[in-house]
Design a protein around this ligand. Structure first.
Ligand code: ADP
Ligand code: F6P
Length: 461
């Protein structure tokens, strides 16, 4: 690459880049090639609305754009997380159509484009992440930016029927057509994106598989994201977790780790654990405890407050029914934990529950597999609606709407013979290794550098 790499995501690392696959991957890519990472200022209302603020530097620059209280409310909590997030996660019933949300979303994208455009040269590569910035390439093209611009959507691509709930359903296709490359998590997402273009009379399919849209062409491909399995496994092997972690001894540990998001299927997971406990009542099977780590997220959105209340009610009821003096079946921790601690907890857990109703990839599934002892691995119970299920076919795949099936899967996981556990784990580990986060970043950027050039560099209407 002759120019620099410019990465844009709403969230930007503020300290050492240690948490989350996205941050690690982009940090690695930027460290190798140099460049700049642009994101929302971590402190609300900080910085200047009309300039980018340098927040840290090292191998690459980090620049932050200002978000006012109004932007936060209407762009981030509003259009991004009360329109696009539910739309992409199959919760059209939660979509809140609001002109104020839409105006703020377009306004923030236009302002970020204005601040960025003067910093982008024709040989640079721009890599934009996630649903916060769908219209950003349109705005950059409007300002004359000719550099290659790639997009990666970390969440599921919505079905055509869901897109029609947007005030202007055709916007999605027009926004995406201003990118040179649209990267998605799964083959299913790619099919949904191509279905959207197929249904749009402005789009034409070229023989090389690209989509021509007005005077531009865009390539659409899946690039399943992953983690750095080796360094995660190393953290998981660190000694003496039990004393430090204080987790119950004498009970089989089942773990869940998720932001407290309605897309993660947590109420059904708890209900399934309750049904599993019911199924074991009166038997002499060993005790099992569910440790659920669920830090709060986007709590100013009503649907997120509602899910918290619902979960507290279910876990309280189940613990009331099943606890004994020396045993609490569900432990529910409402905050984040250190990554190293998390890695060791995964290794100690006999099973991990990933029960998303919809999920772009789900890195927790990959982290759990990476953290296991290959000689005595735990079992991953994985929703077939998580992107990870497309390739991790030897996990115990479940329908997260089916409580009884999930309860049976917990029983199966905790009683699975060692040979079967090893066989399933070896397959899942191969998938995790094949999608190493560094390779993921390299293949997206390699593809962006070589994907067919646009037909014209004129602005998209
Ligand atoms: P999403 O991007 O929707 O939050 P993923 O499963 O893809 O879901 O990624 C979540 C990331 O956040 C994982 O790397 C996971 O380890 C981390 N994470 C989630 N909950 C916690 C927590 N309570 N403490 C620490 N890390 C967490
Ligand atoms: O992976 C999807 C995603 O929405 C990322 O874009 C985001 O950084 C992460 O989940 C956590 O969400 P938020 O940044 O809203 O806390």
């Amino acid at each position: 690459m002759s120019g620099k790499l410019v990465v844009v995501s709403n969230r930007i690392p503020t300290g050492a880049p240690s948490s989350g696959g996205l941050v690690v991957a982009l940090h690695d890519a930027l460290t190798r090639s140099g460049g700049v990472w642009v994101g929302a200022h971590p402190d609300q209302d900080a910085g200047d609305p009309e300039s980018l603020t340098e927040i840290a530097s090292g191998d690459y620059d980090r620049l932050a754009f200002h978000l006012s209280e109004d932007d936060y409310e209407n762009y981030y909590l509003g259009f991004a997380n009360s329109v696009l997030w539910p739309l992409c996660h199959g919760r059209v019933d939660l979509v809140e159509i609001s002109r104020a949300y839409e105006a703020a979303y377009l306004g923030v994208n236009a302002r970020v484009a204005r601040l960025l455009a003067p910093r982008i040269g024709p040989d640079d590569m721009v890599w934009i992440h996630d649903y916060h910035f769908l219209p950003l390439a349109v705005e950059l093209r409007r300002l004359g930016v000719t550099a290659r611009i790639g997009f990666f959507l970390h969440i599921p691509f919505p079905p055509l029927s869901a897109l029609s709930t947007l005030p202007t359903p055709g916007d999605f296709a027009a926004w995406l057509s201003a990118f040179d490359l649209v990267g998605l998590q799964t083959r299913r997402d790619t099919a949904a994106c191509l279905e959207m273009f197929r249904a749009d009379p402005r789009a034409e399919f070229m023989t090389d598989g690209t989509v021509k849209f007005h005077d531009r062409t865009v390539s659409v491909r899946s690039f399943p994201i992953g983690i750095d399995a080796d360094s995660f496994a190393e953290a998981a092997r660190a000694p003496d977790p039990e004393a430090e972690l204080g987790v119950d001894t004498g009970a089989d540990l089942v773990i869940g780790v998720d932001r407290l998001d309605y897309s993660k299927g947590l109420p059904n997971r708890f209900r399934a654990f309750g049904a599993f406990l019911d199924g074991r009542a009166g038997s002499d099977a060993p005790r099992a405890s569910l440790l659920q780590i669920a830090p709060p997220t986007r709590e100013r959105v009503a649907a997120y407050r509602a899910i918290r209340t619902e979960l507290e009610e279910i876990s309280g009821r189940l613990n009331g029914a099943h606890s004994e003096l020396d045993w609490t079946p569900i432990r529910y921790i409402h905050r984040g934990v250190e990554r190293s601690t998390l890695a060791r907890l995964y290794r100690r857990a006999r099973a991990c529950l990933v029960t998303s109703l919809a999920d772009g990839m789900n890195l927790v599934a990959k982290e759990y597999v990476a953290a296991q002892d290959p000689e005595n691995p735990g079992v991953l119970i994985l929703s077939r609606f998580a992107g990870a299920a497309e390739d991790m076919t030897e996990a115990l795949l479940v329908n997260p709407y089916d409580i009884d099936e999930m309860a049976a899967a917990i029983e199966t996981a905790l009683t699975m013979p060692i040979e079967e556990r090893r066989r399933r784990h070896a397959h899942s580990l191969r998938v995790v290794r094949d999608t190493h986060v560094t390779r993921w970043a390299q293949s997206v950027l390699g593809c962006l550098a070589t994907c067919p050039p646009t037909l014209s560099l004129r602005a998209t209407p």
